[in-house]
Design a protein. Structure first.
Length: 103
């Protein structure tokens, strides 16, 4: 009778120990998984940030190019206008000269 009790107790103890070990293992596994997820999240964040910076740089470059093009256009327009004014002046002078000569 006593032997059965001892065996039962031993068995119970063994079972408890096994359960505890299993729980510990599960906890460890869960912790590892959380750490991996955290790491993955950080990597993703870093990649997103880099992509954002890249896009901003591209946008900036595009804006600079557009501004340069606009400035070039303005410059060309000014030159054209100056040329036209100069031609008009020359025509007026010529016309004036002709009028003076005809007198």
């Amino acid at each position: 009778m006593m032997m059965k009790k001892k065996k039962k107790k031993k068995k119970k103890k063994k079972k408890k120990k096994k359960k505890k070990k299993k729980k510990k293992k599960k906890k460890k596994k869960k912790k590892k998984k959380e750490e991996e997820e955290q790491e993955q999240e950080e990597v993703q964040e870093q990649e997103d940030e880099e992509e954002q910076e890249e896009q901003e740089e591209e946008q900036e470059e595009e804006q600079e190019e557009e501004q340069e093009e606009e400035e070039e256009e303005e410059e060309q327009e000014e030159e054209q206008q100056e040329e036209e004014e100069q031609e008009e002046d020359e025509e007026e002078e010529t016309s004036f000269d002709l009028m003076s000569r005809s007198r």
